[in-house]
Ligand binder design. Structure first.
Ligand code: AHG
Ligand code: MN
Ligand code: MN
Length: 335
């Protein structure tokens, strides 16, 4: 429902209501929103602007970069480096921390982001997104280094995602619940349409890449097999399954109608603790999920409590409706 409140008004109201979201953070979130509008436009243009397909390059994680991975990363850097609120940035697409160029005003915050989440979907016109996390810069040097970013998720000042789906939405938390805004293209504003989003506690939907089943650990095998067993199994009811391969779309579905999402620890590549990245995927999504009344865990530990060890560190992720995540955590404890 159109509430008539746009993002800028909402942030100012939130500041008055909660004494959080100081004017600096309001300004930063406003610029992040502008970046997401520009990315929405780039993604929407699709093949018209010749941005489909891959590059020769790989990012630090050894993944082939899509043209749009690089373009959207540059959009985020270009708009936010001159916000005046940032001391530095880090992203999935850059090996090291990004230094704010000389001549731009430096601020007190750090921005970590995944500019294009689900980018394998972009050539086939399936939903993609952007994920971001705002941290405080506690250091003294004018240019932060990677270690300055390595703060547990509980220290996030704000987190959010943009979903470029059948409509473009921005979903945001500043630690006082979760609110969703829809992009009104006629006026170019994000408008509050989903106030106070909460994850339904009961669910009958799970999301996992089932092609990895042979690599899963016993607790995840047990949980999924019980779901698949349906009405005649131990859960006594039928479950449905979805896998978009865009975490943003997956988390958004869970915020709207409940469910559980898992990219668990597996034995596929013992060198990797999981697939998803802590700093710019797991942490911001975990804050949103917890703020919406859900839970987020590796199966063994609350994700927001993890002390990061690297900008591109990977973690297992199990998040969504509280009761289901509690059940999977319980299966890990029993194992
Ligand atoms: P990215 O496109 O930023 O690399 O992230 C993709 C992630 C995540 O969005 C999704 O849940 C997962 O990778 C999908 O992985 P599979 O292709 O293994 O299903
Ligand atoms: Mn991603
Ligand atoms: Mn990405």
């Amino acid at each position: 429902m159109h509430t008539g409140t746009n993002l800028i008004q909402f942030l100012a109201d939130e500041h008055r209501r909660t004494a959080s979201v100081c004017p600096d953070v309001q300004a930063l979130l406003g610029q992040i929103a502008v970046s997401c509008k520009e990315i929405s436009n780039a993604v929407n243009q699709g093949a018209l602007s010749g941005v489909m397909g891959s590059l020769e390059s790989e990012n630090i994680q050894g993944e082939t970069q899509k043209k749009l991975d690089v373009i959207t990363n540059e959009i985020f850097l270009r708009i936010n480096e001159r916000s005046g609120q940032l001391a530095g940035m880090a992203s999935e697409e850059m090996d090291d921390a990004y230094t704010i160029p000389d001549g731009y005003v430096r601020g007190k915050y750090l921005l970590v982001f995944d500019p294009l989440d689900g980018s394998s979907n972009v050539d086939v016109n399936i939903s993609v997104g952007t994920i971001f996390s705002v941290l405080r810069y506690e250091g003294k040097a004018s240019n932060p280094v990677a270690a300055d970013f390595l703060q547990p998720g509980t220290r996030q000042v704000a987190a959010g995602y943009a979903l470029y789906g059948s409509s473009t939405m921005l979903v945001l938390t500043t630690g006082h619940g979760v609110n969703g805004f829809s992009l009104d293209r006629n006026v170019g504003e994000f408008v509050l349409t989903h106030a106070g989003m909460t994850i339904p506690a009961e669910t009958k939907e799970f999301a996992i890449n089932a092609s990895n089943q042979r690599f899963w650990e016993a607790p995840v095998q047990r949980y999924v097999s019980e779901c698949v067993a349906g009405k005649t199994g131990p859960r006594g009811r039928d479950f449905n399954m979805r896998w978009v391969a865009s975490m943003v779309a997956e988390v958004h579905r869970i915020l709207i109608r409940g469910g559980i999402f898992m990219y668990p620890k597996d034995t596929k590549d013992p060198a990797k603790a999981g697939k998803l990245r802590l700093m710019y995927e797991a942490n911001p999504m975990s804050l949103i999920v917890e703020q919406a009344g859900g839970l987020s865990s590796t199966g063994r530990q609350r994700i927001l409590d993890i002390q990061p060890e690297g900008l591109h560190q990977r973690v297992p992720v199990i998040l969504g409706s509280r009761q289901e995540v509690e059940r999977v955590i319980g299966y890990h404890a029993e194992a």
